[in-house]
Design a protein around this ligand. Structure first.
Ligand code: WT7
Length: 677
């Protein structure tokens, strides 16, 4: 029973929390407060429930609208909340054109190649404008793409990714960027689901000192998409070194083209930004869920842009003169919201870093920060842990100064937080621990940096305009300070929330709203709390501490992987009979997957087979899915109804007590598996 399992997980996560004592507060420093975008405590009142939803007008007013909206929030079709209805705008215009009058010679994007001897590229807003226009002309006139069409992008961290997204946005073409570290197969699944006829990719990119052949993934992606009935007509290839092809994989005649060749015909062409409805779709971002199939979170233009711009201004404290570096990959939602759309809408200079933070050594990020005079820094606990492990004293060697730092994606241990604060931030920078999700478009919980005290290991209260609450399994609110963990929900709609799951509206309603919806007929948003899928506790001060996923999702290095996806990849290995994946704590990545398999009759367990299974997970999904360990077991622990008891496997993998196993159909197997530890 699903509920039974959820209970177990919450209890175990809550036990972790018990070991974490209440931490002392840290005050934001006065220098930060003196320049902060938001220091007026009235904001909390202003964005309070009494002024909802009109409070969000403040965020929408940060944008330039072609036509002002009539209705701030339309709740007539729950839970499809429509924001700024009647309004018209263009995201590309808001991120580029409108800045030209004042900032055309200001850097929009600093591109930092991984090889340190390659110079940093400083692309101004004017240059970005020219390039986005030319590529939009290619998309429109060469590809014939128009408003509402989808294209899949499988691009690495190069400035052409920003150009491609903004060119799509200029036309109202829906982009679906797939993380470049994902396999060709994972890309194919997303092409098929989005029904894309075009794939935009790059020939190669640097990762950990190697120039990788990325084009070969396009061939796999198109081949597998074809098998599943989706024909890719054209693959458009950006070259890592313009004019030169840097991959070994040959081009496919008639299908593959170099973008730089086509661009020659579109020199200096200008494309008028298409005026789009607030509720038109800006992009899809696929994320993992409890079933094997990834789901495409479908984000709006008006609501999403308002929300990421507002939170970039007030929570990231971005001013136009800031140099802002978010080290996430643009292939994840963090990069969409807080490398591209939010910072550029505010006319900041945003850094795109191609490489691995610890390559060639753990001083690299700090050298980049010094060279570019970065003053806002944004990364994940996984990156912080890795940098601390390899270079605990590196930050002190470089002359950079951050005013603001963000942590995102996973819970941060208080001692890791302190290293970030003391050593990386040199006790000068405020820290925001931002909790949110692919589906939510932007931050849900965080301290407001110029207003709130920080507390290591806690995300903070809901950001202005977000009203979170913790519910028990029956839907009763757990009051703050009660010490009990439960399911965190957001009681109200907000503009950043996805509109639906692409092509699967039932899943949208079921996954996020069915759990606590009081009345499916109700048109009152109060009856539709958003179920986030995380366990959490609320301290007496109203700060939330996020404990982790309560569903079958593993958060590896701040990124979501579905256990079902990993298991089906494992089952693709011929010798495997059954597979079960569990999360196991890891000192750097937070959690890593362990895969347990039982073999088909007559097959012998060997080291070679373990490697084959591990390699299959990496090739089917991506290196991020490589299991921490492959366990070949004689049989799976099962309930009497035949369900694999992942909880028992998880305990064994962690070297912990497996608890009460007497209700299993085969309790004796537990001892046998333990011997493998
Ligand atoms: C899941 C969402 C948010 C963008 C990157 C990940 C976990 C996220 C925090 C945080 C503790 C966090 C949650 C959430 N998570 N931020 N600050 N503290 N946990 O986006 O891949 O959609 O993953 O990441 O479990 O549900 P995502």
């Amino acid at each position: 029973m699903a509920d039974e399992k959820n209970d177990e997980n919450i209890v175990s996560e809550a036990q972790i929390a018990v070991h974490w004592k209440e931490e002392e507060y840290f005050e934001p420093n006065t220098k930060f407060i003196a320049q902060a975008n938001l220091t007026d405590p009235d904001i909390l009142e202003k964005f309070g429930e009494k002024n909802f939803p009109e409070c969000y007008k403040d965020y929408a007013d940060l944008l330039t609208w072609d036509k002002y909206w009539g209705t701030t929030l339309d709740t007539s079709d729950p839970p499809h909340w429509k924001w700024f209805v009647g309004g018209k705008l263009n995201a590309s215009y808001n991120c580029i054109d409108r800045h030209l009058a004042k900032y055309k010679n200001k850097t929009a994007i600093h591109f930092v190649p991984e090889p340190e001897d390659e110079p940093i590229v400083h692309m101004t807003y004017q240059e970005l404008y020219n390039k986005v226009n030319e590529f939009a002309a290619v998309l429109r006139d060469y590809c014939g793409l128009k408003k509402g069409d989808t294209v899949t992008l499988h691009m690495p961290m190069i400035p052409e990714l920003a150009i491609t997204m903004l060119a799509c946005a200029r036309l109202g073409v829906i982009h679906s960027q797939v993380f470049s570290g994902f396999s060709g197969k994972a890309c194919a699944d997303r092409i098929v689901d989005a029904k894309s006829k075009f794939l935009i990719t790059a020939d190669s990119y640097y990762r950990g000192g190697k120039l990788l052949d990325h084009k070969e993934k396009a061939d796999i992606a198109c081949g597998r998409a074809e098998e599943e009935g989706q024909h890719v007509e054209k693959v458009l290839i950006w070259q890592r070194y313009p004019g030169k092809y840097s991959a070994a994989t040959p081009l496919v005649e008639g299908r593959d083209v170099f973008i730089n060749d086509i661009l020659k015909d579109y020199r200096n062409v200008k494309v008028k930004p298409v005026s789009l409805d607030s509720t038109d779709t800006l992009f899809l971002m696929y994320t993992s869920g409890t079933t094997g199939k990834p789901k495409g979170a479908q984000h709006s233009i008006g609501g999403y842009m308002s929300y990421v711009t507002g939170t970039s201004k007030y929570i990231q404290d971005i001013h136009p003169e800031d140099v802002y570096w978010c080290m996430a990959d643009i292939g994840w939602i963090t990069g969409h919201s807080y490398i591209i759309y939010g910072p550029l809408a505010l006319a900041a200079s945003s850094v795109i870093f191609e490489g691995v933070p610890t390559h060639p050594d753990a001083g690299r990020p700090w050298r980049v920060a010094e060279e570019l005079d970065v003053n806002i820094f944004h990364t994940s606990p996984t990156a912080i842990r890795a940098l601390r492990r390899v270079g605990p004293d590196e930050p002190a060697k470089y002359n950079y100064h951050f005013k603001h730092m963000t942590t995102v994606g996973e819970p941060i241990e208080p001692n890791v937080w302190r290293w970030y604060y003391n050593t990386v931030g040199k006790k000068e920078a405020v820290i925001v621990d931002t909790w949110w999700q692919t589906e939510t478009g932007g931050f849900l919980c965080s301290t407001v940096p110029g207003l709130h005290k920080m507390k290591p290991g806690s995300t903070g209260p809901g950001v202005p305009g977000i009203y979170p609450e913790i519910l028990d399994d029956d839907g009763n609110p757990l009051p703050k300070g009660c010490g009990k963990a439960g399911n965190i929900v957001i009681r109200n709609p907000w503009p950043g929330l996805m509109m639906t799951i692409w092509g699967d509206d039932e899943r949208f309603k079921n996954v996020y709203f069915a759990r606590y919806n009081k009345d499916p007929e109700s048109k009152d948003w109060h009856d539709w709390p958003y179920f986030a899928g995380d366990g959490a506790v609320e301290a007496p001060d109203g700060y939330f501490r996020i404990l982790g996923r309560i569903d079958d999702v593993i958060n590896v290095a701040g990124h979501r992987l579905g256990t079902k996806e990993l298991e089906s990849a494992g089952l693709m290995v011929d010798e495997v009979g059954e597979a079960a994946v569990v999360p196991v704590a890891d000192p750097i990545k937070g959690k890593v997957p362990h895969i347990f398999v039982s073999l088909k009759p007559g097959i012998e367990p060997t080291e070679a087979l373990k490697k084959k299974i591990s390699d299959t997970l990496a090739s089917e999904i991506g290196p991020i899915a490589k299991p921490g360990r492959v366990w070949i077991v004689p049989d799976m622990p099962k309930t009497r109804s035949g369900k694999i008891m992942r909880r028992v496997l998880g305990a064994i993998a962690a070297g912990k007590d497996a608890g009460d196993v007497t209700t299993l159909a085969n309790p004796e197997i537990v001892e046998e598996i333990k011997k493998l530890y």
